[in-house]
Design a protein around this ligand. Structure first.
Ligand code: ZN
Ligand code: ZN
Ligand code: ZN
Length: 292
């Protein structure tokens, strides 16, 4: 029997963070399902996992695992690793776990997986972390809106928190969007877009990570400690830069600055699985269109 017949459905998968600082290859049986965990961390990050014990087939081809930021919580038996520059979750490890849980890859960072259509197996680890209490918002409160509601939220570790006012999210009066670009897909963000005066984002300068996209127009805001994505902002331009914009670019700039999108996954008591969303079309290769 040839090797191909012996191992009929194996293939090489490539995984990478959005900025490209970390990339790997792994040879695995063809992936048919991924694991969707509902714990306090995974529900914020939106990670979908590929479990494997095939450590020998895992090859880092760019960067190094040591340079990823590690985050752990609760019983500290799982180590979650993300890129410190772009906050893409790459992998988790459970050093003292059973063989199939030693290496867990975030399927959202693996190319050539149709993430919206691959099978999902739900696991309910939220039942295992009853000790997790969502961190309280540490900043001021936003102005309220008529018929609106105040939501508070946080990253997982609590270093970055948010409060916002908007229409009740289940009412379908708010625009709730998933963006198909490479960074929003990797981070599984679910965007609501309140106006700036209706959002208070709180966190020290050291706590907040800013990943500026290649076009220089947009920054994704995340927690340096736990890697949870909080917000997306249209970068502020200087007066001189504004004067140099074409009329169309100026309109786009003003429209982008008129909203401060917040990742609904960070809001306490909100189950994003129950929200009605629109999809901002795009591909992994197209720029993020959230602010257009
Ligand atoms: Zn990166
Ligand atoms: Zn955090
Ligand atoms: Zn996007």
């Amino acid at each position: 029997m040839t090797e191909a017949q012996d191992r009929p459905n194996r293939r090489t998968y490539q995984g990478s963070c959005h900025c490209g600082a970390f990339a790997y290859e792994i040879d695995l049986p063809e992936l048919k399902t991924v694991i969707n965990c509902d714990c306090s961390f995974c529900s914020r990050k939106g990670n979908l996992y590929v479990l494997t014990s095939e450590e020998d087939n895992f090859r880092v081809i760019e960067g190094s695992e040591e340079r990823l930021t590690s985050y752990t919580f609760g019983p500290r038996n799982k180590i979650h690793k993300f890129c410190p520059k772009c906050a893409t979750s790459m992998l988790s490890r459970m050093p003292t776990g059973p063989p199939q849980l030693k290496l867990l890859l975030n399927a959202r960072a693996i190319q050539d997986i149709d993430i919206d259509h691959i099978g999902r197996r739900n696991i309910f680890n939220s039942k295992l972390d009853p000790q997790y209490l969502p961190p309280a918002h540490k900043g001021g409160m936003p102005s309220s809106i008529e018929g609106g509601q105040i939501y508070t939220g946080s990253c997982h570790c609590g270093a970055v928190t948010v409060a916002l006012s908007c229409k009740p999210l289940e009412s379908c009066e708010e625009r709730i969007a998933e963006c198909s670009c490479g960074i929003c897909q990797r981070n599984a963000c679910v965007w609501i877009s309140p106006t700036p005066e209706n959002v208070v984002l709180s966190g020290s300068e050291d706590a907040v990570g800013r990943y500026v996209l290649a076009d220089g127009l947009t920054s994704k805001i995340f927690c340096h400690t736990c890697g949870v994505n909080m917000s997306s902002i249209r970068n502020e331009l200087s007066e001189k830069e504004i004067l140099e914009l074409t009329e169309q670019d100026l309109q786009d700039y003003r429209r982008g600055r008129a909203h401060t999108p917040i990742n609904a996954r960070t809001l306490h008591g909100v189950d994003v699985g129950r929200l009605k969303m629109i999809v901002i079309e795009g591909t992994a290769a197209t720029p993020c269109r959230l602010h257009l």
